[in-house]
Design a protein around this ligand. Structure first.
Ligand code: ANZ
Ligand code: ZN
Length: 821
C-alpha cells in the first residue's frame, strides 16, 4: 500500500490554513454577547494593541502578542472562559506623520494599514476574538473617548490654562513630558522648545498619592512599579517663607516661599535663587540692577527647558539687588535669579545652601557668595575646610539650639519650630505634572468643547457626540500653534449648546494616549452603540486579569489608564479603581546588537518567515529565544531548531495507526509527569523558553534509540505543546481521534505529584571542564537528553555562544562536559 504523502509529512502551510479556517467557522474564539454575559469563569487576557504602521506588523509586535497568546491559550485549556481581543490604536502623530511623508490622506491610509495588520494578525495564529475589536479612529469608538473627556470635565478634572509647554518644532505640536526623551521629541528626535500656550490639562496630580499608594496592592512587574514610583516622584519636605526686606512692617511684606527637602539646612541658606520667570522678580529688582536682570530674563525665556535642567551646565545668574530674611537666622540674604531654578518645580524658588547642595556650591563659588557648613559628618570636626558640598546626613553645627541634633530629626524639629512662628510648614511635593492633552494636530478626536462668549467653555452634549473629525484636504500642521482644524471655519462655527449664541469649537484634538487610556473598557462592549461600556459586561470582565506589554509604556499609557480608571471610579461609573490586576512586561527583541525599532531601521517583518516555516515554528522560535520577560536575540538561522522539534513531534505521532498501545514504562512515565509539571509551572510564570526546553527533552526521551512511541506517551505531549504551537497540536489531536478542539473545554493535562517529583537527579554541567551550571533530570536520563537540557540552560548557553560541541564526556546521573571545537 502506498502512503498518501501529503497526509503523512508535516506541512505547516496546509494545516495552519485548515485550522485557522476551522476555528473561524466554528467560532472557537468568538464570544457572543450572550457568552460574555454567561461566562462562568471569565478571564480577560489583554495585550497592548498596536498602532497600525505602514510597515505592517513586525516581529517585535508578534513577540509581544505571542507571549500573551500562549498565556491565554493555556488559561483556556485549564477551563477559563478567556476573552482575548485585539484592536488598533490608529490615531496620533505616528500615523499622521507617515501619511504626510507618503503624501496620502490618513483617512485613506489608515484603513489600508489596518487591513494589512488584520491579515497578518490572523495569519499569526493567536486566538483573537475578531467580533470584539476596536479601532480608535472609528467615530463609534471616539464618540466615547470624547464622552470620557466630558465626564472628566464635569468632575473638574479637565482644565484649560496657559502654561509653558514643550513644543516640537518639527512635529509642530505640544508634547507631554512623558513624550520627551533626553530633551528631544520621542518620535522625531528634534530638540524640544518651550512655548506658552493655552492648553487642556487633566489633573492627574490630584491622584498622585493614590497612584502611588495603590502600587502596593497590584501585581505588576517590579521594574514597572518602580518606574511609576519615580515618575510620580514624591518628595517629603517643607515650605518655608522668606520675608522680602523692605520698610514695611513684617506682616505687610511680601514673602518668597521655597520648597525644600532639607529644612535641616535652613541655617546655612546664605542666598536665595529664583527662577527668572518668578512673579516676584520685578518687585525685588533694584533700579540699578534692572537692565541686567531684564536681559538675563529674556535670555532664559529663549532657552528650552531641557538644557536648563542639565546638571552639568555651567551655572549662570544675576543679583536682583533685593534681599530677603532667612527665617531661622534672621539675617538678610541676597536674592539672585538663575536659569537652573525652574518655575514649574516646587515654588520656583530655592533657598540656596552652598554648604550642602552641589549646584548651590558651584553657584556660590562662581559668584563669591558665602558658604557655611551646618551639617557635619560628625560633631568632632565642625571646622574642616569646605572643599565641596557635604550631601550626606550628620550632626547639626552652627545651628543655635539645634546644634548637636542629628540631621534627620532636625528636619521635622526645624520645620515645627518655623511653623509655630508662621514661617513654614511640612509639605509633600510630587514630580508628576498634570497631563497636557491638547494637540495642535489633525489626526485625533476633536476635543468636545464649544466656546461661547456668554457661557464660556461648554462641553458638547452627549446627544451631539461624536464630534466627527471632518475630512480636511490640507491637514499639514503649521507654525501658528493651532490645529489645522482652526483653518476650517465652516466646521468650527457652531451655536452654543447652552444659549444658542454663536460659538466656536475647540479646534485642538486630544492626545492619542487618551484613546488608549480606556480601550480595555471598550472591548467587551465593542458592539454597543448606546454606552461606552455596559455595566454588566464590565462587572463580569473587568478589571483585566492579565495584561502583557512593553516596559516603554511604564509611565505613559500605564499611568494614564490608571488615572482614567480612578476618575471613572470616583464618578461612580466603575466599581474598581485599578484597571489591571496583573501586569507583566515582556523583554525586547534584539537584532544585530540593538533594540529592534523603526528608527534604527532593523525591523523585521514576520510574513516571509511564517510563509517559509509556518506560524507554529515562528511562535516556538520567538518563545524559545530567551526568557520572555527579558527578551533575546533575533537570528534568522534560529528557526531550524524549533522547526526540527515540531517536525519530530509530527513524525513521532503520525501515522497514528503505528503508535503502540502499551502503557509507558515507569521511567518514561515519571519523565512525563515531571514534564507536565515543569511546563505548567513555566507557562504560569511566562518562562516559555523553559517550557519548550522541557518539551524537547521529553520528546527526545520518547524517541530514544528509535523506539516506537506509545499513544499514552505522546497524547499529553500534544496537549502541552498546544499553547505554543496550536495548529500542529489541533491537527494531531484530531488525528488522535478527538472530535472537539483543544481550546474547547478543560484539556490541560494534570500531573501526579508523586510521579512528578520522584527519582530525579541533579547533574553538573561543564563547558571545557569548568562547572557552568546544574540541571535536574529523571534518573537514568540519556546523554542526548542531558545534552539538550544542558544547552537549554541559560548560563550554559552563554558559555557556548556560537561554538559547536566537538566532544562530550558523560557520566550518567552525575556529569556532562561539553568540549568546544
Ligand atoms: C535647600 C536644599 C539644601 C536642597 C540642600 C537640597 C539640598 P527633590 O528631591 O527633587 O524634590 N529645588 C526646589 N525647587 C526647585 C526648582 N524650582 N528648581 C530647581 N531646584 C529646586 O528636590 C527638592 C530640592 O530641589 C529642594 O531642596 C531645592 O533644594 C531644590 F542641602 O532646598 B533644596
Ligand atoms: Zn452660550
Amino acid at each position: 500500500m502506498t502512503r498518501d504523502d501529503s497526509r503523512d509529512t508535516y506541512r505547516p502551510g496546509e494545516i495552519e490554513e485548515k485550522w485557522q479556517r476551522t476555528w473561524e467557522e466554528r467560532g472557537t474564539y468568538r464570544r457572543s454577547d450572550q457568552d460574555l454575559r454567561d461566562a462562568p469563569r471569565p478571564f480577560y487576557n489583554l495585550m497592548m494593541f498596536p498602532y497600525p504602521s505602514a510597515e505592517g506588523l513586525h516581529v517585535g509586535n508578534m513577540y509581544a502578542f505571542t507571549g500573551a497568546d500562549v498565556y491565554g491559550r493555556w488559561r483556556r485549556m485549564q477551563g477559563h472562559d478567556v476573552f482575548e481581543p485585539i484592536g488598533f490604536d490608529a490615531f496620533g502623530i505616528h500615523s499622521e506623520n507617515f501619511a504626510l511623508k507618503v503624501g496620502m490622506h490618513p483617512m485613506e491610509l489608515i484603513p489600508r494599514n489596518i487591513a494589512n495588520f488584520t491579515r497578518q494578525l490572523r495569519r499569526s495564529g493567536a486566538m483573537y476574538d475578531w467580533s470584539h475589536t476596536v479601532d480608535t479612529t472609528d467615530p463609534r469608538y471616539y464618540k466615547w473617548t470624547q464622552w470620557i473627556f466630558v465626564q472628566l470635565f464635569r468632575r473638574g478634572l479637565a482644565e484649560k490654562r496657559e502654561a509653558p509647554v514643550n513644543w516640537c518644532p518639527s512635529c509642530k505640536t505640544v508634547l507631554a513630558n512623558e513624550q520627551i526623551i533626553a530633551g528631544a521629541c520621542e518620535r522625531c528626535g528634534t530638540p524640544v522648545e518651550q512655548r506658552v500656550l493655552s492648553q487642556w490639562f487633566f489633573k492627574i496630580t490630584d491622584y498622585a498619592q493614590r497612584l502611588l499608594d495603590n502600587l502596593a496592592s497590584i501585581d505588576w512587574s517590579e521594574s514597572t512599579k518602580r518606574a511609576q514610583e519615580n515618575w510620580i516622584g514624591r518628595s517629603d519636605g517643607a515650605e518655608l517663607h522668606f520675608l522680602i526686606q523692605g520698610p514695611e512692617a513684617p506682616a505687610r511684606r511680601l514673602r518668597i516661599t521655597v520648597f525644600t527637602t532639607r529644612p535641616d539646612t535652613v541655617l546655612g541658606a546664605t542666598f536665595m535663587v529664583l527662577a527668572p520667570e518668578h512673579p516676584l522678580v520685578g518687585e525685588l529688582t533694584s533700579d540699578a540692577r534692572r537692565a541686567v536682570v531684564d536681559a538675563y530674563r529674556a535670555a532664559a525665556a529663549a532657552m528650552d527647558l531641557v538644557s536648563r535642567k542639565k546638571m552639568d551646565k555651567r551655572k549662570t545668574g544675576v543679583f536682583t539687588g533685593g534681599y530677603c530674611v532667612n527665617p531661622a537666622t534672621g539675617q538678610d540674604i541676597p536674592v539672585w535669579i538663575a536659569d537652573y531654578v525652574l518655575m514649574e518645580y516646587g515654588t520656583g524658588a530655592v533657598m540656596a545652601v552652598p554648604g550642602h547642595d552641589e549646584r548651590d556650591f558651584e553657584f556660590a563659588t562662581q559668584y563669591g557668595l558665602p558658604i557655611v557648613r551646618v551639617v557635619a559628618e560628625s560633631a568632632a570636626d565642625p571646622d574642616a575646610p569646605i572643599e565641596q558640598a557635604y550631601l550626606g546626613p550628620g550632626v547639626l553645627v552652627r545651628s543655635g539650639e539645634f546644634s548637636g541634633m542629628d540631621s534627620e530629626s532636625a528636619k521635622s524639629a526645624i520645620t515645627e519650630w518655623l511653623r509655630a512662628r508662621g514661617l513654614g510648614q511640612p509639605r509633600v511635593h510630587y514630580r508628576l505634572h498634570d497631563w497636557c492633552i491638547s494637540r495642535q494636530r489633525y489626526w485625533g478626536p476633536p476635543i468636545p468643547i464649544i466656546y461661547c462668549p456668554a457661557c464660556g467653555a461648554v462641553p458638547v452634549p452627549e446627544s451631539d457626540l461624536p464630534v466627527v473629525l471632518p475630512y480636511v484636504e490640507n491637514y499639514r500642521p503649521d507654525e501658528s500653534g493651532t490645529s489645522p482644524l482652526a483653518r476650517v471655519e465652516e466646521w468650527y462655527r457652531v451655536a452654543c449648546p447652552q444659549c444658542g449664541k454663536e460659538g466656536r469649537r475647540e479646534t485642538d484634538v486630544s492626545d492619542t494616549f487618551l484613546d488608549s487610556a480606556w480601550y480595555f473598557l471598550r472591548y467587551p462592549s465593542a458592539k454597543r452603540d448606546d454606552v461606552a461600556f455596559d455595566a454588566e459586561l464590565t462587572r463580569t470582565w473587568l478589571p483585566v486579569n492579565m495584561y502583557i506589554g512593553g516596559e516603554e509604556h511604564a509611565v505613559l499609557h500605564l499611568l494614564y489608564s490608571r488615572f482614567v480608571t480612578m476618575a471613572l471610579h470616583d464618578a461612580g461609573l466603575l466599581a474598581f479603581e485599578e484597571p489591571y490586576v496583573t501586569f507583566r512586561k515582556h523583554g525586547l527583541l534584539i537584532k544585530d546588537g540593538a533594540k529592534m525599532s523603526k528608527s534604527r531601521g532593523n525591523v523585521v517583518v514576520p510574513d516571509h518567515y511564517i510563509e517559509q516555516w509556518g506560524a507554529d515554528t515562528f511562535r516556538t522560535y520567538l518563545m524559545f529565544l530567551g526568557p520572555y520577560q527579558e527578551g533575546g536575540d533575533f537570528r534568522d538561522r534560529g528557526l531550524q531548531g524549533p522547526y526540527g522539534f515540531l517536525n519530530r513531534l509530527w513524525e513521532t505521532v503520525v501515522p497514528i495507526e503505528e503508535l503502540g498501545s502499551a502503557a509507558p514504562d515507569a521511567k518514561l512515565e515519571r519523565h512525563l509527569h515531571l514534564t507536565i509539571r515543569k511546563v505548567t509551572e513555566a507557562i504560569a510564570t511566562l518562562r516559555y523558553n523553559t517550557a519548550i526546553a522541557a518539551l524537547m527533552e521529553y520528546l527526545n526521551a520518547v524517541r530514544e534509540g528509535g523506539r516506537r512511541a506509545n499513544r499514552a506517551e505522546v497524547e499529553p505531549l500534544v496537549q502541552l505543546v498546544a499553547p505554543i504551537a496550536p495548529h500542529i497540536a489541533e491537527e494531531l489531536w484530531q488525528r488522535l481521534g478527538h472530535a472537539s478542539s483543544l481550546f474547547d473545554g478543560v484539556t490541560w493535562p494534570a500531573y501526579d505529584a508523586v510521579k512528578a517529583t520522584a527519582d530525579t537527579v541533579q547533574m553538573v554541567v561543564q563547558v571545557n571542564g569548568k562547572v557552568r551550571g546544574r540541571i535536574v533530570l529523571p534518573r537514568g536520563a540519556s546523554q542526548d537528553t542531558a545534552r539538550a537540557a544542558a544547552v537549554a540552560e541559560e548560563r550554559v548557553g552563554r558559555f557556548l555562544g556560537d561554538s559547536s560541541v566537538s566532544k562530550i564526556v558523560f557520566v550518567p546521573d552525575r556529569l556532562i562536559n561539553l568540549v568546544l571545537a
